[in-house]
Design a protein around this ligand. Structure first.
Ligand SMILES: Cc1ncc(COP(=O)(O)O)c(C=O)c1O
Length: 389
């Protein structure tokens, strides 16, 4: 399923946007946005076709299709050990929107929310777009213990939310149960909501084990909003589908109001919910295969990157991105991005503040969700170019 021959390059050149194949000149390999090069599991397209054949695309329930909510609740119960009920799960049109809705539901203008640094830009932008202030907590790449006890120093009267990104994009850290207990203790002490973005949770490499913070205990569950999506584990980014889960009716109502699903929008796209339900119900085998391919690509990528002059790369515990320390080249992340684009013909994401926060300078990020052939080609070109600098 994950051989080079399964990749349809011509289709990607027409359809893969967001810094990927459709946006780069011919001959450039885009290891940019974390979106797999592989086609999705056939069961997903079959479910979409079966639904479409009836020629009815009516309004669905504003709170989401019952079958999607059931499958999602079962996933959270069985795979994440969270006592989840369908009634508190709201399908939304992406994890990105789920983060925004959570910020809108729980932050008023001037409120503060703690985010990690580095972390995906979505957290800062969502907080700021509702008038909140993002307060960064540093977790440098390679940190073994995040030391969440220090986070308490950042808590003020205005703090309302802690944004947990687990596994952490871009560094690939998977938080241990002990670390999460320590974060939960601060949230409990200061009565804070925890936004747990778990979109990457299925991409956790053995021997690391994924723990959902809402599974720790009842008190932590009661203050957690779990956000997830289908772009990473199932390659469904263009379907714009995700879900947010509350633990109680009060929180669910706040999320539902903030989503506008019951007032104007009337719910998430029905076809996308059908596709996501098929992913949850029928595609565990595909995900297992994808994960073992990714683990092999992770090892290949990290070994090769560490053999390049001036590059150092820690092995990510989760996520399919490598976050490479390029300070040994004595160039900035933007300069390395330009050199790689123009000379090696490989596109990467530079560690700029606008992408990942100020803790990302001196790093570049590469996605390895592609075939061994494409990855070897790209890494070979990167090595040849950087070793000549
Ligand atoms: C941590 C994290 N959350 C959310 C998203 C966005 O996911 P979606 O495509 O569902 O909006 C991403 C995508 O890169 C991500 O890395």
């Amino acid at each position: 399923m994950f051989e080079h021959g399964t990749i349809h390059h011509e289709i990607l050149k027409r359809r893969a946007y967001n810094l990927r194949w459709a946006t780069v000149p011919d001959g450039v390999i885009p290891l940019t946005a974390a979106d797999p090069d592989f086609p999705c599991a056939p069961e997903i397209s079959e479910a979409i076709c079966k639904f479409s054949k009836d020629n009815y695309f009516c309004y669905g329930p504003a709170d989401g299709l019952p079958e999607f909510k059931e499958s999602m609740a079962e996933y959270f119960r069985k795979k994440r050990n969270i006592p989840s009920i369908p009634g508190f799960i709201l399908p939304v049109d992406s994890a990105a929107f789920g983060i925004y809705i959570t910020c809108k539901a729980f932050l008023s203008p001037g409120d503060e929310a703690i985010i990690f640094d580095p972390v995906d830009f979505l957290f800062r932008y969502s907080i700021e777009s509702v008038g909140g202030v993002a307060v960064p907590f540093a977790i440098p790449p390679g940190t073994a213990d995040a030391g969440f006890i220090r986070m308490e120093q950042l808590v003020t009267q205005k703090t309302k939310l802690i944004c947990l990104c687990n596994p952490l994009n871009p560094t690939g850290k998977v938080f241990t149960k002990e670390e999460l207990l320590s974060l939960a203790e601060i949230a409990d002490k200061h009565n804070l909501i925890i936004l747990s973005d778990e979109i990457w949770s299925d991409i956790t490499f053995a021997p690391h084990k994924y723990t959902s913070i809402a599974s720790l205990n009842e008190a932590t569950n009661s203050r957690t909003i779990t956000v997830t999506g289908f772009s990473k584990a199932y390659g469904l980014a263009g379907l714009r589908i995700g879900a947010i889960m509350a633990s109680n009716a009060g929180h669910y109502k706040k999320l539902s109001d903030a989503s506008l699903h019951n007032s104007t929008i009337h719910g998430a796209n029905v076809i996308s919910q059908i596709a996501a339900t098929a992913a949850l119900d029928k595609c565990a085998y595909w995900l297992d295969g994808f994960l073992s391919h990714l683990q092999a690509m992770r090892n290949l990528c990290v070994n090769e990157l560490n053999s390049i002059n001036g590059f150092t790369c820690i092995s990510p515990e989760g996520c399919y991105v490598a976050f490479v320390d390029i300070t040994g080249t004595h160039k900035t992340s933007s300069q390395i991005k330009d050199v790689l684009f123009n000379e090696a013909k490989v596109a990467v994401v530079p560690g700029l503040k606008e992408w990942f926060g100020s803790g990302a300078e001196g790093y570049i990020r590469l996605s390895f969700a592609t075939s061994e052939e494409i990855l070897k080609d790209a890494l070979g070109k990167i090595k040849k170019t950087v070793n000549l600098l």
